[in-house]
Ligand binder design. Structure first.
Ligand SMILES: Nc1nc2c(ncn2[C@@H]2O[C@H](COP(=O)(O)OP(=O)(O)O)[C@@H](O)[C@H]2O)c(=O)[nH]1
Ligand SMILES: [Mg+2]
Length: 331
C-alpha cells in the first residue's frame, strides 16, 4: 500500500497543498481525487494547489439536458470512442438533485463502470453540498485540475435546468444539449432557453420509433433562428446510447464546432471567460473564508463585532462598512 492510499480517509499529514500539487504533477490519481474533494467542499487548499498547477488546455465539453434523456449513458459511450482514438478523458458529473433524491450519483457510477480500471479515464461525481455558490462553484476549479493533470478531454454532465444551463455555457468550450423523444415538452423547453447555449443537439434514444419526429422538430426550431454564415448553426445528431449508434457522428460534430470556434476566435473568448469564472469562484471562496475569520474570535474585525454586540450598530450596517473597506483596498 502506498502512503497516498493511507490518506484516502480523514485528515492526514500528507494532505498539504504542496504535496497534492506535486502528486498531480507526477500523475498520481489520488492527488487529483484529493484536490477535487477540496474543490467540492470549498476547502481553501484547493486554491493554493491550483495557484501552482500549470494551465493546460483540454477540450471541455458540456453535456446538458433533462433528467433521463440518457446523458450518463451517452457519456459512457463517448468515453469509449475517445479512448479508442487514443485520447484521455475526465468526467465531471454534476447532479444538483442527487442530494435531495439520492441514488442518482450511484446510477451514474453504474452507467460508467466499464472504465473503472482504465488509467486514461477519471470520473468524478459531484452532489450539491450547499457550499458557497453551490456545486457550480466547484466546476471551474475541477476543470482546471483535470486539464492540468493532462487529460485531453473534460466532459461535464449536468442536469439542464435553469441556472445550471447558464453556468455550463460559461464554463465549457462546446455545449451538447440532449433531448430524448417522448417527454412531450422537450422541444418546447428547447425553444425557451437552451436554444441559445446549444452548439450541438443530440436527440438520444434514436432506437425508438418516435425519435425521428423529435429530430424534425428540433431541426425546425433551429431553422427559426436568425441565420448568418459566420455564426455556427448547431447540427442535430441522432444518437442511441443503448445501441451505440451516432457516437462517432456526435464526436465529429463536436470537433467541427471546436474548429469553427477556433477559427472565429470564439474558442479563445470562451477560454478567457472560463479563467474569469475561475477567478470569480475562487474569489467568492476567499471572501467566505475572510467572513468566517471576521466573525470568529480573532483580532480581524473585532471592532465591528464588538460594536454589533454592544448594540452600537446593526449587523447589516457593519457588514456594508466592512465590504466598503475591502473594496477601498488596492485591487
Ligand atoms: N431506449 C434507450 N434508452 C436509453 C438510451 N440511453 C439511455 N437510455 C435509458 O434512459 C434511462 C436514463 O439514462 P441516464 O443515462 O441515466 O440519463 P441521464 O439522467 O440523462 O443521465 C436509463 O434507463 C437508460 O438505460 C438510448 O439510447 N435508448
Ligand atoms: Mg446522469
Amino acid at each position: 500500500m502506498t502512503a497516498d492510499a493511507l490518506c484516502t480517509d480523514g485528515p492526514c499529514a500528507r494532505d498539504t497543498a504542496g504535496n497534492v500539487a506535486r502528486g498531480i504533477a507526477a500523475g498520481q490519481r489520488l492527488s487529483l481525487a484529493r484536490l477535487l474533494t477540496w474543490e467540492e467542499s470549498g476547502d481553501p487548499r484547493a486554491d493554493s494547489v491550483r495557484s501552482v498547477l500549470p494551465e493546460r488546455c483540454a477540450r471541455v465539453i458540456g453535456i446538458t439536458g433533462p433528467p433521463g434523456a440518457g446523458k450518463s449513458s451517452l457519456v459512457d459511450k463517448m468515453i469509449r470512442e475517445l479512448r479508442d482514438n487514443g485520447d484521455t478523458v475526465g468526467i465531471i458529473a454534476v447532479d444538483p438533485s442527487s442530494a435531495r433524491h439520492g441514488g442518482a450519483l450511484l446510477g451514474d457510477r453504474v452507467r460508467m463502470t466499464h472504465h473503472t480500471f482504465d488509467d486514461g479515464v477519471f470520473i468524478r461525481s459531484m452532489a450539491n453540498r450547499g457550499q458557497a455558490g453551490g456545486t457550480a462553484a466547484a466546476v471551474p476549479g475541477a476543470i482546471h485540475a483535470m486539464a492540468s493533470f493532462g487529460l485531453d478531454w473534460v466532459l461535464v454532465e449536468t442536469v439542464g435546468v435553469g441556472q445550471a444551463e447558464i453556468d455550463i455555457a460559461r464554463q465549457t468550450d462546446c455545449v451538447v444539449v440532449m433531448v430524448a423523444p417522448g417527454a412531450g415538452d422537450d422541444v418546447q423547453a428547447i425553444k425557451s432557453g437552451v436554444m441559445e447555449i446549444a452548439d450541438v443537439f443530440a436527440v438520444n434514444k434514436s432506437d425508438r420509433p418516435d425519435a425521428e419526429r423529435t429530430v424534425r422538430e428540433v431541426t425546425a426550431a433551429i431553422r427559426l433562428r436568425r441565420s448568418d454564415a459566420r455564426v455556427w448553426r448547431p447540427p442535430v445528431v441522432a444518437t442511441s446510447a443503448e445501441k451505440s449508434t451516432g457516437i462517432t457522428d456526435l464526436i465529429d460534430h463536436i470537433d467541427a464546432h471546436l474548429a469553427h470556434a477556433d477559427r472565429t476566435g470564439v474558442l479563445a473568448d470562451r477560454r478567457q471567460r472560463r479563467r474569469i469564472e475561475e477567478l470569480r469562484t475562487s474569489l467568492v471562496r476567499g471572501l467566505a473564508t475572510l467572513a468566517d475569520e471576521i466573525c470568529g474570535d480573532g483580532p480581524l474585525g473585532a471592532t465591528f463585532r464588538h460594536a454589533v454586540l454592544a448594540g452600537e450598530t446593526t449587523p447589516a450596517t457593519a457588514a456594508s462598512q466592512i465590504v466598503r473597506r475591502i473594496a477601498q483596498c488596492d485591487i
